[in-house]
Design a protein around this ligand. Structure first.
Ligand code: ADP
Ligand code: F6P
Length: 324
């Protein structure tokens, strides 16, 4: 028989993402509507280990849906990676009467949720990362805001790049995943898009592309480079030396993680937060919320973590053709 859930906790973990507050708000308000008590756990698993736990009422999440970052704070915890840390975290949950926890974060945070579930605390994960690199879902909270922030910044760089007839390398976030680079590359009409999943380190091909485009009369050349490839500044120096065309690197960095979430991020985060609250209330555990083919659904965390996801080949091929 499913464990009866009376009180739940909610935490954000790993890298923050715009829309996390909308998810927290939905978890809190839907759980209260379900008749549960809600506690906010500050600063992820580390805050749990430090017992940074506060009561959450509906009013505590008022005026937060439009705010970037996470009102609960986030952290990475090495202590929680240990068996002792996980045991201690589960005991702290029990001492505070917390029967289940909603974990908003990336797949590292899901592994933490898996461990907490093994120690008798029901858990449900919500995909919160700007990287879109969670396998079981077509949507992750924060991606939409991040790509729009990056797209607007890249448009601005393009203006000055065209005026000076320069080449621009613009580095976007994504240590292991090229989704931000792919989407911005297409949306910003970049001439070259470098994805960690696909890049062959053939810099001569890029150099030839720049020279050919210049001969065809193009006054700019935008290269979107993903963080996972990196080295944009040294790449710019090499390209300038090889082409004779002034080349500048711009690393967009953490601005992509901040800012007010888009409507899409607020909406999806709200639905996912409510969904997570509902399945936790039903007594489900070791689950993660996903969105596929127009539907919200949930998966076993073990199965979700075993799934594979790659850059869709058709999207990649189209991005190359359109950048010609
Ligand atoms: P993200 O959730 O964005 O992928 P991390 O990979 O940094 O971010 O994970 C966030 C936190 O989740 C880590 O700091 C750690 O406390 C916890 N965590 C990650 N992997 C594990 C694991 N294998 N076992 C237990 N906890 C983990
Ligand atoms: O996962 C989101 C992300 O912003 C990645 O794109 C990036 O590689 C990483 O987090 C940076 O993490 P940190 O905050 O530890 O520098």
């Amino acid at each position: 028989m499913a464990k009866e859930i009376k009180t739940i906790g909610v935490l954000t973990s790993g890298g923050d993402a715009p829309g996390m507050n909308a998810a927290i708000r939905a978890v809190v308000r839907k759980s209260i509507a379900n008749g549960l008590k809600v506690k906010g756990i500050k600063k992820g698993y580390q805050g749990l280990l430090n017992e940074e736990i506060v009561d959450m009422e509906a009013k505590n999440v008022s005026d937060t849906i439009q705010r970037g970052g996470t009102i609960l704070g986030t952290a990475r915890s090495t202590e929680f990676r240990t068996e002792e840390g996980q045991q201690k975290a589960a005991e702290i949950c029990k001492a505070h009467g917390i029967d289940g926890v909603v974990v908003i974060g990336g797949d590292g945070s899901y592994r933490g949720a898996q461990k907490l579930a093994e120690h008798g605390i029901n858990t449900v994960g919500i995909p919160g990362t700007i990287d879109l690199d969670i396998t079981c879902t077509d949507y992750t909270i924060g991606f939409d805001t991040a790509i729009n922030t990056a797209m607007q910044a890249i448009d601005k760089v393009r203006d000055t790049s065209s005026s000076h007839e320069r080449c621009s390398i613009i580095e976007v976030m994504g240590r292991n995943a090229g989704y931000i680079a792919l989407w911005c590359g297409v949306a910003n009409g970049a001439e070259d898009i470098l994805l960690p999943e696909k890049y062959d380190y053939d810099e001569q091909r890029i150099i030839n592309n720049i020279i050919n485009n210049r001969k065809r009369g193009k006054t700019h050349h935008i290269i979107i480079n993903a963080e996972g490839i990196g080295h944009s500044t040294s790449m710019a120096r090499r390209i300038e030396a090889a082409t004779g065309i002034e080349t500048r690197a711009t690393i967009l960095g953490y601005m992509q993680r901040g800012g007010s979430p888009t409507c899409k991020d607020r909406f999806y985060a709200s639905m996912m937060g409510a969904y997570a609250a509902d399945i936790l209330y039903e007594g489900k555990t070791n689950r993660v919320v996903g969105y596929q083919h127009g539907e919200f659904m949930d998966f076993d965390i073990d199965e979700a973590l075993a799934m594979q996801k790659d850059i869709p080949e058709y999207q990649y091929q189209v991005s190359r053709i359109l950048s010609l």
